[in-house]
Design a protein around this ligand. Structure first.
Ligand code: AMP
Ligand code: GLY
Length: 433
């Protein structure tokens, strides 16, 4: 075992900044790089994460020991396979396993084959339009339509009436999301409370990471269009020991057994998107990575050395590891551009990112830094502010205070992250925002 590792993180968002921040706390991290851009304290490498030849050359030339892809793009495109001949640990499943996220049809068929509780569904291609329309008639409102392939987190559409759902089905099959929606999964709507459960998996064993709840809608009170995530909290009060026992027995164990039976060697992070329905877990989707903004909320709650955990995934030694987690609560609030999730103006100066000992942590998201560390926005999700507290209200209050301390023109954030979990009369410290 090598004592100190050179590590390359792929991706440009607050999740990748949180991974970098956690790695910086490990005495086992030697040199850390991020591609395609760096953040203060982490050198940026101008490589496209999807250009696997360039990644391989950089790994060879800089004695990189570990590559961590943050997002699904390079994972689903097969970065683990592309680097399999290179002497480097890639913290991501191979292309065959990554179909759990890259194809909704594959994921749903996998769930059916292994009797994992999920919503009733039908897969439709243009040749099967009539069957798809009939299936919509057999369901109750609302109706869920999913592009089979990756669509930048926008490929799920929920319609209130059967007529609207039918119209949307036609439009999706007609190329609304290009090739990604040439196959569509029509699904029964599952009512309930959502949560995200994360596992580190080494092909045989797994470690459970802290669970989180993500807030996907742009507007307060869960209104408006879906985003890639506007905030997250961890832990989640309804994800208690009894619920997790059901998740392990009905979802995690059949999933890992199913992977093995199908000859799929999953090593990486597995992310279960779950709905809690009257105390029972229903699996909505798999992802094959950490979530964003969930990672920003859960990584600060992990006390174990993160390099040891990552090495356990790559070297199949998770059975020898235990994960220490903090009892503190964590809240993460995403600072977005006011037009997000629509097209946004970029290159706005961002101020207030370096608040030492402020009681919160800022993870730069879509931000570009100049060589003297001036910050300019570079997309819709500009930064995530995370705070720990003895209770969820305390963590949320501190994160909201931090959100108020950062400034850019058109800053928008949800002030109700986690409020739904606090019961009827939450004692939220008033935030100066
Ligand atoms: P995804 O892009 O797959 O993460 O889905 C986006 C969001 O759509 C999920 O986080 C859920 O809020 C919602 N969703 C997906 N499938 C269903 C379903 N069958 N029933 C209810 N909501 C769903
Ligand atoms: N926060 C949800 C995701 O990362 O897909």
């Amino acid at each position: 075992m090598k004592e100190r590792l050179n590590i390359l993180i792929l991706g440009h968002g607050a999740r990748e900044s949180a991974i970098a921040w956690k790695l910086q706390q490990s005495s086992r991290t030697a040199t850390l790089y991020m591609a395609p851009y760096g953040i203060p304290g982490v050198e940026g490498v101008r490589i496209d994460p999807l250009d696997f030849d360039a990644v391989a050359r950089f790994v060879g030339a800089n004695s990189i020991d570990m590559v961590i892809p943050g997002g699904e793009g390079p994972i689903v495109a097969g970065i683990a396979d592309a680097l399999s001949e290179v002497d480097v640990k890639v913290i991501a499943p191979d292309k065959a396993c990554a179909r759990l996220e890259g194809s909704k049809e594959f994921a749903k068929e996998f769930m059916s084959r292994h009797s994992i509780p999920t919503a009733r569904f039908m897969t439709v291609t243009p040749d099967w339009l009539e069957e798809g329309l009939n299936f919509i008639d057999s369901l109750h409102a609302p109706y869920v339509l999913k592009a089979d392939g990756l669509a930048h987190g926008q490929g799920v559409i929920i319609r209130e009436t059967a007529d609207e759902a039918k119209q949307t089905l036609r439009e999706m099959l007609d190329g609304m999301f290009g090739e990604a929606s040439s196959t569509v999964v029509i699904e029964e709507f599952v009512a309930g409370q959502e949560c995200s459960v994360f596992l580190a998996v080494d092909g045989e064993d797994y470690l459970l990471l802290p669970a989180a709840k993500d807030y996907k809608k742009i507007g307060e009170g869960d209104k408006g269009p879906n985003t890639a995530g506007m905030g997250a909290v961890s832990p989640v009060p309804f994800v208690d020991a009894e619920f997790m026992e059901k998740v392990e027995r009905r979802i995690i164990q059949p999933t890992l057994r199913g992977l093995r039976e199908e000859g799929l060697d999953f090593r990486g992070f597995l992310f279960l998107g779950l709905m809690e329905q009257e105390g029972e877990p229903v699996l909505i989707e798999y992802n094959v990575r950490l979530g964003d903004p969930e990672a920003e909320a859960i990584l600060p709650r992990i006390e174990s050395d993160i390099v040891d955990v990552l090495e356990g995934i790559a070297d199949r030694t998770l059975a020898l590891k235990r994960l220490q987690t903090s009892d503190l609560c964590s809240a993460a609030v995403v600072l977005a551009e006011r037009d997000y999730p629509g097209p946004v103006d970029a290159a706005k100066p961002v101020e207030g990112l370096n608040a030492p000992d402020a009681g919160y942590t800022v993870f730069p998201g879509e931000i570009l830094f100049t060589t003297d560390n001036l910050a300019f926005s570079d997309g819709g999700r500009v930064a995530t502010v995370e705070a720990l507290g003895a209770s969820l209200p305390e963590a949320i209050g501190k994160a909201l205070a931090g959100a108020g301390d950062i400034h850019f023109d058109g800053k928008y954030f949800r002030r109700d992250i986690g409020f739904d979990l606090l019961g009827p009369s939450p004692l939220i410290p008033s935030a100066d925002v």
